[in-house]
Design a protein around this ligand. Sequence first.
Ligand SMILES: [Ca+2]
Ligand SMILES: [Ca+2]
Length: 378
Amino acid sequence: MRFVRIALPALALAACAGNAPAAVQGDARGFTVEEIADLDSPWAMTFLPDGSQALITEKGGKLKLWRVSDNRIIEVGGVPTVSAGGQGGFGDVALHPDFANNRLVYLSWVVDGEGGRLAVVGRARLNINEAQGVAALENVSPVWRQSQGYSEGGHFSHRIAFGPDGKLYISSGDRQNFDPAQDPNGNLGRIVRLNDDGSVPADNPWASRGGVGAQAWTMGNRNPLGLAFAPDGRLWSHEMGPQGGDEFNLIERGTNYGYPIVSNGDHYGGRPIPDHDTRPEFKAPLITWTPVISPSSLIFYTGEQFPQWRGNALIGGLGARGIVRVEITGDTAREVERLDLGARIREVEQAPDGSLYVLEDEARGSQGRLLKLVPTRR
Ligand SMILES: [Ca+2]
Ligand SMILES: [Ca+2]
């Protein structure tokens, strides 16, 4: 574990990865990249409301608590056992909207279930003993699980976002099995909406289906690894396309996004999938990317440290090796900038003070790191 902070120009970081940008790029983008800590395949992070500490998941099954003031990192005890491998293990972490009073943390992880591996979401009380320098989860209880397990190791998705309506939204991928995204009786290949205890809200669009099918808020989503509410309260998601066709979608109640019937990408191996414009009954993405960016994570930036990015969607890119900045105007969205960080970015996160952090995915020769983007112009 590294406890010293080393300020690296973004240029130098990119150069280390063998992807040297033009010499002016570090300054021209208005930030440098500061290396905060080494981590083991970090997947997600979220700050506590006062910004003093952040929870960070590691895919292999550890939960870390990082203290900003002195860069201390401790391991949180009491975590559930995860099934780690492929794209799954420990996943997202989010705070209950009333965390300040109830200390409830929501986590997603993968378990070995009937038929194979599947994602679950659970909640637990976070207990931090500052005097002893220890932290633990208490009363871990699952509130949701994917309706079927598969042997495939991908497309768990399992991003968590609380809405302005206080509801729990979860992205649930198609588990690399295509048709579940259109099966009305399952809960794969969709965005689900639940009460905070996992029960189904009576006003869900398909509540009359009953069973797990009633959990759906939308259908026809492939592998949505980004799920975030914009400042105006609208929900947005991005999803990895198959071969081509990554998508940025406005998520609207009771809507079908078409996968696997339509996609602007093709199946791996080149077998075509009809494009979105052939089936207007399915909601089309507002942006598609071919070549793909492999989007991993999504926030809406609302801070003061990067005033030129306020209100923009910031998408972490694995394949894009940086941040894809998207501007939204009304019902349209467009990519306005690609910030090359020279590393696979697994997570983008904003601290309460407007600071901006990313988690670097594991890569050859490195385990993964927590990095901070530090503005050089204001
Ligand atoms: Ca996060
Ligand atoms: Ca689609």
